[in-house]
Write a protein that binds this ligand. Structure first.
Ligand SMILES: [Zn+2]
Length: 478
């Protein structure tokens, strides 16, 4: 009790002294502002610096206390990028930049005689710098972004080896029906693009205990990759491989141009205002409004990704509009709904579902005209129980296996022409037998080297004499 009283008293005193201190500080600030204000506009400060290394570019982001102008130029031997910011102050944030693991060797800064702040990025190679300012958005204030791109590379779609003209994968999907395939075991791999949402500047949703969506979905995406990797006839690719941001349009473009993907799966774990909201959902694109309020809200949230992650205005996503485009879109949307429903069904076996049906809304990342595309919300990171689940290795494994099973089941039924899966299905479908006059079940069983009982069971026959001429039997795998 005595201790409690003493503690209370000391807290009270601290509160008083800190109140007096704060008031004094405020007064002196006011005084300083009164004296300085007429002479100089307040200098802006760089409050923090973040560096994101992507495979083909490095992004350096300066958080600013207000809008600034800047000038940028490069120098070589050694390679460096110089940024001059008028009327800005040097802060400690510039001395504490964590830049390891990329082309950045050092970040230096110094006040210039003319009042500019000069920031120098020392590089270990020549890079193409691009810079732009971002207005406040979501958790961020004003930002100055410097993108350092590989020389000769275009962000996100770089370094694609030119496939030889004969390679089937270089054909656009819509024209691939003419490709020839013959025997079982041949046929190209089906390419599944796995897109871990958010990344880098864009943390995505944040759970009650601080879990970031961008980290969870990258872990789950890697697990889905591993599940699909061992499946013969499927080649998974990861759109994002680390902690960096990829613009929404670039994600789609990478799936199409860089990887020639047959399917695009975007992986998320979003938040909702209501912390009790729970369950996984799967979404396809809708071109006519959303199927529910939640679907609309989530699509709006996901579509903010570019503003938070940082996309230069002139790179704004432009959609082509043409009849061919519309037709292709309808076709791929029909398949998006099919694959999405199958993935959702499998997920229902391992986790609570938010809704039993696939939902639709205007997600920008799903707007590929010719690639079936789905967005999987693996759960609500805003729900404390689901946040815990999403972090657990066990749950991640269950989820990724279920998503993998749904994808494989879909391609089993709807294999793109020319693929190993298509050849396998052809083989499977070909195993049918039309009964000729006088044939007996045991003769047929012998001919296909299958067990008579198995053949009967497979065709739901109870006695051997219940067959007739012209009847088609399905032959089980021997
Ligand atoms: Zn998300």
């Amino acid at each position: 009790m005595r201790l409690g009283k003493a503690l209370k008293k000391s807290v009270k005193m601290q509160l008083q002294t800190s109140w007096i201190g704060a008031t004094l500080a405020r007064l002196s600030l006011l005084l300083a502002a009164l004296i300085v204000a007429p002479l100089l506009p307040a200098a802006e400060q760089i409050s923090s610096v973040r560096v994101w290394n992507a495979p083909d570019n490095t992004r350096v982001v300066f958080d600013l206390t207000g809008p600034v102008t800047h000038q940028l130029f490069t120098l070589n031997a050694p390679d460096r990028v110089v940024i001059d910011i008028p009327n800005a102050e040097k802060t400690r944030a510039l001395d504490l930049v964590d830049f390891k693991g990329g082309p950045l060797v050092n970040v230096r800064s110094a006040a210039q005689a003319n009042g500019d702040l000069r920031v120098v990025l020392d590089l270990d190679r020549r890079l193409n710098p691009k810079s732009f300012l971002l207005k406040p958005s979501d958790q961020y204030g004003h930002r100055l972004v410097i993108d350092l791109e590989q020389v000769g590379a275009k962000a996100g779609t770089a370094a694609r080896p030119q496939a030889p003209a004969a390679a089937p994968v270089s054909q656009p999907k819509s024209y691939s029906t003419a490709k020839s395939y013959s025997t079982m075991g041949s046929g190209r791999d089906i390419v599944v693009a796995i897109d871990a949402g958010h990344g880098g500047e864009d943390p995505g949703a944040i759970g009650p205990s601080g879990t970031r969506e961008k980290d969870i979905v990258l872990q789950i995406s890697r697990r889905i990759y591993n599940v699909l990797k061992v499946e013969q006839g499927i080649k998974p690719v990861l759109i994002r491989t680390g902690d960096y941001f990829v613009p929404l349009a670039t994600r789609r473009e990478m799936a199409r141009r860089k990887y020639n993907a047959d399917l695009f799966v975007s992986v998320h774990a979003d938040a909702f205002d209501n912390h009790r909201a729970r369950g996984a959902s799967v979404f396809a694109l809708s071109r006519r409004g959303a199927t529910s309020t939640l679907a609309r809200v989530l699509a709006e949230k996901e579509n903010q990704s570019d503003a938070i992650g940082g996309v230069q205005i002139n790179n704004a996503d432009e959609m082509v509009t043409s009849v061919i485009y519309d037709l292709a879109m309808e076709g791929s949307m029909e398949h998006s709904i099919k694959v999405g429903s199958m993935v959702l069904r499998e997920m229902g076996g391992v986790t609570h579902l938010h809704k039993k049906q696939l939902e639709q809304a205007g997600f920008a990342v799903l707007k590929s005209p010719d690639i079936p595309s789905i967005l999987v919300e693996t759960g609500f990171i805003s729900n404390p129980t689901e946040e815990r689940n999403l972090k657990s290795q066990d749950h991640q494994v269950k989820l990724s296996r279920a998503i993998g099973r749904g994808i494989i089941a879909y391609f089993d039924q709807h294999p793109p022409p020319g693929t190993y899966f298509a050849a396998r299905k052809q083989q499977r479908d070909a195993q049918q037998h039309r009964i000729a006059r006088g044939e007996t079940l045991s003769e047929i069983a012998q001919r296909y080297r299958v067990d008579l009982a198995a053949l009967m069971q497979y065709n739901q026959l109870t006695t051997t004499d219940l067959i007739r001429e012209g009847q088609v039997l399905r032959i089980p795998h021997s």
